[in-house]
Ligand binder design. Structure first.
Ligand SMILES: Cc1cc2nc3c(=O)[nH]c(=O)nc-3n(C[C@H](O)[C@H](O)[C@H](O)COP(=O)(O)OP(=O)(O)OC[C@H]3O[C@@H](n4cnc5c(N)ncnc54)[C@H](O)[C@@H]3O)c2cc1C
Length: 465
């Protein structure tokens, strides 16, 4: 008898026929294998499946939309527990700025529902039509607007999760403050499916700004652009988003930039002003004043169409980078704001050292850079050099006082890499927390490990192509 057969006897139609390939990887494209895929119909059933598996020593990989970039949802045996059917909005009280949703609701749906009532859920990770709120919580996802509005965890006031050995537990709720216990909610946020399975969340919302006005300020190079970034922050004007692109990234996306890229541009700062219309206009003027000194061009769309085209272009950037050579090894380091320029320069230097084209772009207001190396798919030598380049990149992130992951998590790709930046005691605590929640190590085993596995001294790399 197969595991799938036994699961079907217990959970009927919640168990998929066979294992659709779709559930075996995520955007990392790392290969996975599983014995069965279960799509529970309710939070209670999630807990029952967890209990069933826990009793039989079957490992479980929770899965949201599968848009993760760190291989977190890639199974290595056991079952995939996909949250696709938990799509209920349990309660929505726009007048109280709050909503309770099940984990399988897509980020896009949540944003749409909020928007239709004049509210917003500001976190905007790039793949929001496919990613789920449970996956966003499990990765504590960010996005361009995290600069002003924070990451997903900042919007979570309560969580319901199935915890080993198979029990539904709620922490927090529709309350905006809570200091009564250790912050278990925050511990689950960003835990990448290794501590519990998020089944529902209470989220706070905010009134949506009446107007959003982005602006692109083009500079000659990274030095001028990063100086502009620091001037913006130092000026005290609060941008809703502050992203940057270096020369190579700009070259990847130049052909489709709405309005065209001005001659001589080797860097662009993308900022957004929001508020009432007069407020957004004032903030945008202040952003231009602070960032514009020495600029070679400015693009400031005013109408809905222009604003949408601006952000559509920004969302497609990762694909434009990918299209340049057909493959990319991309990371998501984070450094202190005042070290962004060094991190961008070092990325280029690392690329040169390993005979690779390096580039950086990302949410620079938060010091979070998508540093990447272009590769040709199938070129084993080049991909091998990219793996060495990634090691150097992590060294740089830590040396500059940053972290190996600002957004995508450790997942499978960066497991063990915490050892670069945490003390032995902190690493021990990390591992002990895992043991406390999941003593049998059945929840997403092998992911988000504090220390490298024996014999696995290097970070793994995934080539997106
Ligand atoms: C084009 C593109 C742009 C992106 N831009 C951003 C960005 O700007 N910012 C950003 O932060 N990320 C970004 N990402 C990465 C990705 O979209 C986010 O990490 C997202 O939060 C993953 O959500 P998901 O539902 O797809 O999760 P999955 O990929 O399915 O899973 C991710 C991790 O969460 C766990 N998990 C999923 N659901 C649950 C649950 N209910 N309970 C417990 N654990 C769970 C999985 O086990 C896995 O470890 C981008 C990805 C793409 C492809």
């Amino acid at each position: 008898m197969t595991l799938e057969h036994d699961l079907r006897a217990a959970f009927g139609s919640a168990v998929e026929e066979g294992v659709p390939a779709h559930y075996l990887s995520d955007i990392s494209r790392l290969p996975g294998r599983a014995e069965a895929v279960v799509l529970p119909e309710s939070a209670e059933q999630v807990a029952e499946v967890l209990a069933w598996c826990y009793e039989r020593d079957v490992s479980i990989v929770p899965r949201g939309g599968g848009t993760g970039l760190a291989g977190g949802a890639v199974p290595a045996g056991g079952i995939v527990l996909a949250m696709d059917r938990l799509t209920r909005i349990r309660s929505f009280e726009p007048e109280l700025w709050r909503i309770q949703v099940e984990a399988g609701v897509t980020t896009w749906t949540l944003q749409r529902v909020a928007r239709e009532s004049g509210l917003m859920f500001a976190p905007d990770p790039g793949a929001l039509e496919q990613s789920q709120i449970g996956g966003n919580i499990a990765t504590n996802a960010g996005g361009p607007h995290a600069f002003k509005y924070g990451v997903v965890g900042d919007w979570v006031t309560g969580l319901e999760a199935a915890l080993p050995p198979g029990e539904l537990v709620s922490v927090g709720g529709p309350i905006r403050k809570d200091v009564a216990g250790y912050d278990l909610k925050r511990l689950l946020v960003g835990s990448e499916g290794t501590l519990g399975i998020v089944t529902a969340a209470w989220l706070k919302l905010l009134p949506a700004p009446e107007s959003v006005l982005p602006v692109a300020v083009f500079h000659r190079g990274t030095a001028e652009g990063c100086a502009a970034l620091l001037r913006v922050v130092g000026s005290g004007v609060v941008a809703a988003a502050l992203d940057v692109l270096d020369a190579e990234t700009l070259a990847c996306g130049a052909a489709s930039f709405p309005g065209g890229v001005p001659d001589g541009a080797g860097f662009v700062l993308l900022a957004e002003a929001d508020g009432s219309r007069p407020e957004a206009e004032r903030i945008r003027a202040e952003l231009v004043e602070a960032a514009g000194e020495g600029a070679v061009g400015i693009h400031a769309p005013d109408d809905r169409e222009g604003v949408d085209a601006f952000w559509r272009w920004r969302s497609g950037l990762a694909f434009a980078v990918l299209a340049r050579r057909g493959g990319v090894v991309a990371e998501d380091i984070v450094v202190p704001l005042d070290r962004v320029e060094e991190a961008m320069d070092e990325t280029l230097a690392i690329g040169r050292r390993h005979d690779l084209v390096g580039l950086s772009f990302g949410h620079a207001g938060d010091g979070n850079l998508h540093s990447a190396f272009l590769v040709t798919p199938g070129d084993a030598d080049e991909i091998g050099r990219a793996a060495l380049a990634v090691e150097d990149l992590f060294d740089v992130a830590v040396r500059l006082g940053g972290s190996v992951s600002g957004e995508h998590g450790l997942g499978l790709l960066k497991r063990g890499q915490l050892a670069r930046q945490w003390s032995p005691r902190a690493l021990d605590l990390h591992a002990e927390i895992k043991r406390l929640f999941d003593p049998k190590n059945l929840l997403n085993p092998g992911k988000k490990l504090a220390r490298p596995l024996p014999g696995e001294s290097h970070a793994l790399v995934a080539t997106r192509s």
